[in-house]
Write a protein of this length. Structure first.
Length: 89
């Protein structure tokens, strides 16, 4: 496992722990705003993981396809990325 993958996995494990903590907060009847604050922290952490995965994808898979000789593959990776961003609307 390369260093980037290790960092992503560690962040995801940390997020997993935070989600379990929020579950316990809900079960224990914690103050709603405290729960909301924890959920927002989880969302922020997921956003950072998403950015790291996208960055790696752009610097590996996409770069390889764009530099390659296959125009269909170039078009495929461009459409794939556009599909991810258009799905968020």
């Amino acid at each position: 496992m390369d260093e980037t993958t290790k960092k992503i996995v560690n962040r995801l494990k940390s997020i997993e722990g935070h989600v379990r903590g929020v579950t316990k907060m809900v079960e224990d009847g914690a103050y709603c705003i405290d729960i909301v604050n924890q959920i927002q922290a989880i969302e922020s952490a997921l956003h950072k993981v998403n950015a790291a995965v996208l960055d790696r994808h752009l610097h590996t898979c996409v770069t390889t396809a764009i530099r390659g000789d296959n125009p269909d593959e170039r078009e495929r990776v461009i459409n794939e990325i556009m599909g991810v961003f258009n799905a968020k609307k």
